[in-house]
Ligand binder design. Structure first.
Ligand SMILES: C[S@@+](CC[C@H](N)C(=O)[O-])C[C@H]1O[C@@H](n2cnc3c(N)ncnc32)[C@H](O)[C@@H]1O
Length: 316
């Protein structure tokens, strides 16, 4: 069993809270409550007219967030916790009678707790039932994917979401091995990957790292979730509202970067047009075009922050 304090160390905490420029009476959304780290930082800065909505698709994460928020002293603002996917943000806001929000954070991916809990099946370093669902009730688990998808589909997923060079070899071995015996555990999958990985490729990183990342992203539809969230946000934000997105790999970050750029410069006129005729107006501005990365001190304290990048957008 975990202690709440080591459930998950929030990444880029100071940068995220500072860039949100929290208005004490504002309405804030934490799309990825996790262990409640960022939610706590937000709610501490709100007064009795402020409001926090914390979302997570994992019911265990929400239990931890609830305990964490309840343990804070002198909290004046109201808050609610919602178990859902953040791509449903419009419906969640409507059901909570919220019309516009002043700030939102999404700290993407999985929590340390999810990774470190063997029974959730996310880790190639611990043996557990193959699962990898953040929402334990969602339809497809890693077990379903690995044992049922076609070889072509598995190879495509490994290439697309894991940038795995050996996608063909790995997917062929998965299909061969599952014809002998159902693949049930993380360690069985690790063995199947190791059997076909050349020795040289094992020196740089764990041979199963890319495959596990790819399957996790696919099973949880992580990239589609980000796109749907960002698609919905312009209609949800108040004027001057701030969006903070923390991503952990280039596939996620590329989406956030591209969409923020498009919001800042939506003009679709050919570059040689002397004046804009499309009349698409900027939605706001990126706060720091390169985004924020963790300091060496934070990386030493929390190695998971090494690959994190926070991008911030301020609406007009
Ligand atoms: C990196 S952790 C967040 C940690 C949190 N910021 C903290 O300070 O403790 C990511 C959390 O987001 C949740 N999550 C990921 N994708 C989600 C989605 N599409 N909808 C809702 N929750 C999601 C995961 O279940 C996980 O608990």
């Amino acid at each position: 069993m975990y202690k709440d304090s080591n459930y998950h160390l929030p990444v880029l905490y100071r940068e995220a809270i500072e860039t949100l420029s929290i208005k004490p009476n504002g309405v804030y959304v934490d799309c990825t409550a996790g262990g409640g780290g960022h939610s706590s930082g937000i709610i501490k800065r709100l007064n009795e007219n402020g409001f926090l909505l914390a979302i997570d698709q994992d019911p265990e994460a929400l239990l931890v967030t609830r305990k964490k928020l309840e343990s804070l002293r002198d909290i004046k603002a109201q808050y609610i916790l919602v178990q859902d996917q953040f791509s449903n943000i419009k419906e969640i806001l409507a059901n909570s009678n919220i019309t516009k929000i002043d700030g939102l954070i999404a700290d993407l991916g999985v929590s340390s707790y999810q990774i470190d809990t063997a029974s959730r099946g996310f880790s190639f370093q611990q043996d557990g039932k193959l699962d990898m669902r953040m929402n334990p009730k969602s339809k497809m688990s890693a077990f379903d994917f690995v044992n049922n998808a076609s070889q072509e589909k598995i190879a495509e997923v490994l290439r697309k979401y894991g940038e795995e060079k050996f996608a063909n070899r790995i997917s062929s071995n998965i299909v061969f091995q599952r014809s002998q015996k159902t693949i049930r555990t993380t360690y069985e999958l690790v063995q199947i990957i190791k059997q076909v990985m050349p020795a040289r490729s094992r020196r740089e990183q764990h041979p199963a790292k890319r495959t596990f990342q790819a399957i996790r992203i696919y099973v949880n539809q992580e990239l589609a979730e980000i796109e749907k969230l960002l698609d919905a946000l312009p209609d949800c934000m108040a004027s001057g509202g701030i969006i903070d997105i923390i991503s952990f790999h280039s596939l996620e970050d590329r989406i956030v970067k591209r969409i923020f750029q498009k919001w800042e410069n939506p003009c679709t006129c050919p570059p040689d047009f002397p004046v804009c005729t499309c009349n698409k107006k900027p939605l706001g501005k990126r706060v720091n075009t390169k985004g924020f990365v963790a300091s060496q001190e934070e990386i030493n304290r929390n190695p998971r922050s090494r690959s994190a990048r926070l991008r911030v957008f301020k609406m007009n």
